[in-house]
Design a protein around this ligand. Structure first.
Ligand SMILES: [Zn+2]
Length: 253
């Protein structure tokens, strides 16, 4: 963390020097200014405002946090390139939290993200422990432990968006990551996304299964299974898969 901050400070100094010596900074789509720099956050601190055309790891970190706002049936790429889809996701995030919806991630947007995230980079209403009731180290799935844990983190940001869209009432995750052994023990499908870390089985809460299943279509889940789909009358399964597969016939999905 300290090394990152020092590197950030060094790059800011370099940029500031460049801006004072060069008459034009128009080529930089997201110039750094002092007021863009925030107090350090426990998870990740952005050092510049980000808008369409920007690229880099800071864009990718932003994309993770707004991955629950891709629009109906969509998913945004976590590629570090701030294009139109990322801008639209930022606009939806800003609208969801009553911020000025300009599609530019600046102090207000980052401030809201800092409010929403814990020091371990998960959103405040979900935890790694809740997304992994199988083991403590995320091993034994269909991807590396690091990838499984990362996938779960992205899923939690989507769940945070889903939860917020339904009035910020509690949303219960009953099953998340499963190793192959845990998946077999649970009687999961041999291709289950739970083994990749991106799946979450949700309880009914006060929202009800159908409200959750319908709303999930707006928050980056390409796999939604709920009431009326075999073995899914007692939970809503949300996940990321290639292509789209939504089925909850009792909910009209
Ligand atoms: Zn499931």
């Amino acid at each position: 963390m300290r090394r990152i901050l020092l590197a950030l400070a060094a790059s800011l100094l370099t940029l500031t020097a460049a801006m004072t010596t060069a008459s034009s900074v128009a080529a930089d789509p997201a110039p750094v200014s002092a007021e863009d720099v925030h107090a350090a956050d426990g998870c990740y601190t952005w050092g510049r405002s980000l808008s369409q055309g920007a690229s880099g790891e800071d864009v990718r970190q932003l994309q993770i946090r707004v991955s629950g706002y891709p629009g109906y049936g969509s998913v945004i790429a976590l590629d570090g390139a701030f294009g139109p889809a990322t801008k639209a996701a930022v606009v939806r995030f800003q609208q969801a939290y009553g911020l000025a919806a300009d599609g530019i991630a600046g102090p207000a947007t980052f401030g809201k993200i800092y409010e929403l995230q814990d020091d371990d980079c998960t959103p405040i209403h979900f935890t790694y422990a809740e997304l992994n009731r199988c083991n403590s180290d995320w091993s034994g799935g269909r991807v590396s432990a690091a990838d499984a844990k990362f996938n779960a983190r992205v899923t939690m940001w989507k769940l945070e968006a889903l939860r917020h869209a339904m009035g910020d009432r509690p949303l219960q995750v009953n099953s998340g990551f499963r190793s192959v052994a845990c998946n077999n023990a649970a009687g999961g499908s041999s291709t289950s996304r739970h083994m990749y870390g991106d799946a979450a089985d949700l309880g009914a809460g006060s929202q009800g299964f159908c409200t959750i299943a319908k709303q999930a279509r707006n928050h980056g889940f390409t796999e939604i299974l709920g009431p009326g789909y075999p073995d899914h009358n007692d939970h809503v399964h949300t996940a990321l898969r290639s292509g789209q597969f939504w089925s909850a016939p009792n909910c009209g999905i």
